[in-house]
Design a binder for this molecule. Structure first.
Ligand SMILES: C[S@@+](CC[C@H](N)C(=O)[O-])C[C@H]1O[C@@H](n2cnc3c(N)ncnc32)[C@H](O)[C@@H]1O
Length: 187
């Protein structure tokens, strides 16, 4: 029997890139995914899936024509995600900085939605800004970037990238720790 994966242990060992100690709750996952039109979606990109706390909710909701491409840099999380083995799920051990070139390899030019759990405030600023600008660029015109964070640190930077009126902030209390959800529309 395979050993149960210990998220807490992995998160402690890689605190500088994981940015949390426990996986997201189903309440946070629901809030993140509420604004997605699952009927009319070709490509959803997930950034920082960890061991799949949000990925599994995405998989439960997608239609038959949707592909999910995940970007995860942690090898142990990547190995856990590989075990999901869903025909519509592509798991890459790649930094979110490479969205554009990687989705092209799978025949996509643009994404409908980008769902991100990246710990923006602990990633070096140059990298996090590169990821936000690239995300904006690869989204379809009616696409959305959905991000959770435990603070409001990145609100201004998200508004700089997506436009002041295009960023809506929500709050989810039933999560450890409670989290802010940013729904950013491209237009
Ligand atoms: C806060 S955890 C979120 C895990 C999971 N999505 C959840 O909600 O429970 C953040 C994840 O982002 C990943 N990560 C950090 N920097 C990254 C990068 N540049 N590209 C892709 N993943 C990254 C970490 O390895 C970690 O798995």
């Amino acid at each position: 029997m395979s050993k149960k994966f210990n998220f807490f242990k992995e998160a402690i060992a890689t605190a500088k890139t994981s940015g949390t100690l426990v996986p997201s709750s189903r309440f946070l996952a629901d809030r993140m995914l509420k604004g997605i039109d699952f009927e009319a979606t070709n490509l959803i990109v997930e950034l920082g899936p960890g061991d799949g706390a949000i990925t599994k909710h995405l998989l439960q909701r997608i239609g038959p024509n949707t592909t999910i491409i995940c970007f995860e840099i942690n090898e142990n999380f990547y190995n856990e995600l590989q075990k999901i083995e869903h025909p519509q799920l592509v798991v890459l051990m790649e930094s979110a900085e490479n969205i554009e070139s990687e989705i092209e390899k799978y025949g996509f030019e643009k994404a409908d939605y980008i769902v991100s759990s990246l710990p923006l405030s602990i990633i070096p600023k140059e990298i996090s800004m590169n990821i936000l600008n690239t995300s904006h660029q690869v989204l379809k015109d009616d696409g959305k970037y959905i991000q959770f964070q435990y603070s409001l640190n990145y609100l201004k930077k998200l508004k700089d990238v997506f436009g002041k009126d295009n960023v809506k902030v929500q709050f989810e209390a039933i999560n450890i720790p409670p989290a802010f959800v940013y729904q950013c529309s491209k237009n």
